[in-house]
Design a protein around this ligand. Sequence first.
Ligand SMILES: [Zn+2]
Length: 603
Amino acid sequence: MKLLERKDVPLELTWDMSLIYPTEADYEKDKEKLKKLCEELTYYQGKLNDSDNIIACLKKYEEFLIVEDHLGSYASLPVSVDAYDRNAEKRYSLMATLFTECSAKLSFIESELSEADEKVLNQAIEKADGCANYLKDILRNKAHQLSPECEKMLSRLNRTLDASYDIYEKAKLADMRFDDFEVNGTKYPLGYSLFEDNYEYEVDTDIRRTAFKAFSDKIRQYENVTAACYDAYCLKEKEMAELRGFDSAIDADLFYQKVTREMYDRQIDMITNDLSPIMRKYARALKAVHHLDKMTFADLKLPLDSEYDPEVSIEQANEYIRNGLAILGDDYVSMVDEAFRNRWFDLAKNQGKETGGFCSSPYRKNSFILMSFNNKMSDVFTAAHELGHAGHFRACSNAQSLFDTWVSGYVIEAPSTMNELLLARYLLNSSDDKRFKRWVLSTLIQNTYYHNMVTHLREAWYQREVYKIIEKGESVNAEILNELFHRNLEVFWGDDVELNEGSELTWMRQPHYYMGLYSYCYSASLTVSTAASRLIEKEGAAAVERWKEMLKAGSTLGPIELAKLAGVDVTTDQPLRETIAYIGEIVDQICELTEEIDGIHID
Ligand SMILES: [Zn+2]
């Protein structure tokens, strides 16, 4: 079960980087093109208080950004699948240096635009083709822009200011080496993704809980460095926000996401209060079905009915997703098939590969999806999820300029979670078997709602508390963060879940904290997709069309308007209230089915 080295994994399980550049020479050629475009752009320095110059400059700037996007993906993606690949690392580092140089040279664009007369900007917006929204945002952000000298200095410090994320990832992926752990005389290998992808779902209670302890003991050795790294990040966020004239880091992030404070707080508070009793009932169901002595934090990811977790091949995964998403139309289905056929996925499991999953979509190229395939049904949901991002970016990048594909985090996970909901609905309708139905419903809770509305939402609750401390001018350390996260879990799970030693370290496991206010966005997006998926259920084709219009719109609209386009009004609490009620119905159905199948009653 020892993880393979990257060089030993089968080619068909890896993504095909030649889909961006067929050869290394093509990559080098584009690097030269980037430098040339950068030089050409400097022609506009000092000339951006004129609407024609603005339009011409942004046209070229878009070209520059597209090449940068392609180069960046080509250089960074190989590092994400193999942290030990020295060549890839060197290429990435050279690329990062080049980007930093370019961005310092080009920082005048944003600062001159911010300094430009409002009248000139409005003229440019009138004439603009593809960059109108970018210019509108420049106008909107004007008040928070610093002097050109300051902006230039900050952009030169970019890599240093963003260093905490790299340091965090290095500690986690390159430095942490896990020892085997032992249960009843048998030794088991341990690793970050082995733990998160396998042992957390392990049905054998001794193995599962011992793995949790071994994992926690190892990551605890890094708690101080991780906390210091996070503290530095939070401090930077606070200082940057204040420098730019915001009241707090949270206000700054929400401003750029185009989300109100009320919408943000509502997700955290309402889910904490109203979803908690529902998820506790689900936890009691898990305990009863598995005849556990007690329910602990280490047991929460157990599949409800492990016998109904059939092995799935990659071909079957393709088939399930094709059928599940057929409602989205033939063009969507052909993208799904193309993704499997042309190796958009990196499905391998190897040493030094990033954990979790992501989808990277260079402009008007295919997407690249990182995940590991363990032949589980949950992998099918992950693949459908990531394909949701691929479908979203394909729709909006084909329809919009690059500037209009920068979608707000508030809705960015809606297309992906929509696919999970559609897949589940397809599976539910494909059989009358009670156990199968219960298995699908519990998978929906386990994969979709638990992940997005519990795991990531607890992160959001915790993050809001950390920022309160930072706003007071204080700093955080491992002791404070552990205490906070313990309280966070206690608030939600109460007496129904015992918090094993190590559960307070869960804050160490997520890279989201280095991405501004990202954690709460999962629940916000899932609220939009749940509400819209119910409209699709009720209205069929008309609601599908609205959904696809929303995908296509990219960032030509803000998150509130995008949701509205799909028929969901997120300025009120109704969609969230409905979503929580819907989760409650699913859990009730699971409990009823459990009574019928196993004769076990759950209160
Ligand atoms: Zn996602």
